[in-house]
Write a protein that binds this ligand. Structure first.
Ligand SMILES: [Mn+2]
Length: 289
């Protein structure tokens, strides 16, 4: 049996860094986020009514953090303020953060993102309706989880992510919030900064493959989802802010690309040119059952 040829990076890279910088671009985007927030406001009471009708869900949150994280304590407070039954398993790359000590189940983690997440899964196996993976550099809007789950379930998503603000560093354009959309059905949901898995998606996708960088993993998830008939979506009504200066440039992309080539060789994956597709734009709440 011959070895699989390594796929070309063009087939799995987004082709953009998504980094937001420069005075004019920054001001324009900040203003754009304000305008989109205003435009969203009239829909929020209806989303909240829908959220109040959703049964109480068990939500398992995984978060790996760097010692200096500024955003994670607030993001976890926001998640735990939800009406759902939220359990958090956090992992520290160094010493536990003082504000996170009660939820830190592993410290001195030294692997890559998905290797570390697997340590958390081993320490605290998810038994939940939803699994949420949250990076340490994301800020969540108020009432995030109640609204997000109501929309994700309302639109039947098995893999979902909140849209990212215009100010966010987002490598995949499709993940940025869109004017007038509450949510969009897509073919692709990214590996971060917040990824949500329904129980059936988590049953199949967790534990994660043994990957340090994880580039291309989301494109593989997209192919698995297409095979299984899962719906994927981005929730625009609950935009997450991923706006801190990116520090991910602390590693060489060559290693991440080489890992993705090895991982994707011989596995089905959605090519990056297809990842930006929007299958449906949901501008109204789903009809109630
Ligand atoms: Mn980040």
């Amino acid at each position: 049996m011959s070895a699989h040829a390594l796929p070309s990076p063009d087939t799995f890279l987004s082709g953009e860094t998504g980094h937001v910088a420069g005075v004019r671009r920054t001001l324009t985007r900040r203003l754009g986020d304000r305008l989109l927030d205003l435009r969203l406001r009239p829909a929020l009471p209806r989303i909240d009514r829908m959220a109040a009708e959703l049964g109480r869900r068990r939500v398992h949150v995984l978060a790996v953090y760097r010692p200096g994280t500024r955003e994670l304590p607030a993001a976890l407070r926001e998640l735990r303020a939800s009406r759902h039954d939220v359990r958090v398993a956090a992992g520290a790359l160094g010493e536990p953060h003082p504000e996170l000590a009660d939820v830190t189940v592993a410290s001195d983690l030294a692997g890559g993102k998905f290797q570390n997440l697997n340590e958390l899964v081993a320490a605290s196996p998810p038994q939940a309706d939803w699994l949420l993976v949250v990076d340490d550099d994301v800020a969540l809007p108020e009432r995030f989880l109640d609204r997000f789950l109501a929309l994700a379930e309302g639109f039947g998503f098995d893999l979902a992510q909140p849209a990212q603000t215009l100010m966010s560093h987002a490598a995949w354009r499709v993940t940025r919030r869109r004017a007038g959309a509450l949510a969009r059905a897509t073919r692709f949901v990214e590996i971060g900064p917040v990824t949500a898995f329904s129980r059936r998606a988590a049953d199949e996708l967790v534990p994660f493959p043994d990957l340090r960088y994880g580039w291309g993993l989301d494109l593989h998830w997209a192919a698995v989802a297409a095979e299984r008939g899962w719906r994927l979506g981005i929730v625009d009504a609950t935009p997450a802010r991923h706006e801190s200066a990116p520090v991910g440039s602390s590693y060489a992309p060559e290693a991440a690309i080489a890992e993705a080539q090895r991982f994707l060789a011989g596995r089905p994956y959605l090519e990056s040119g297809e990842a930006g597709a929007t299958l449906a734009v949901h501008r109204r709440l789903p009809e109630r059952a």
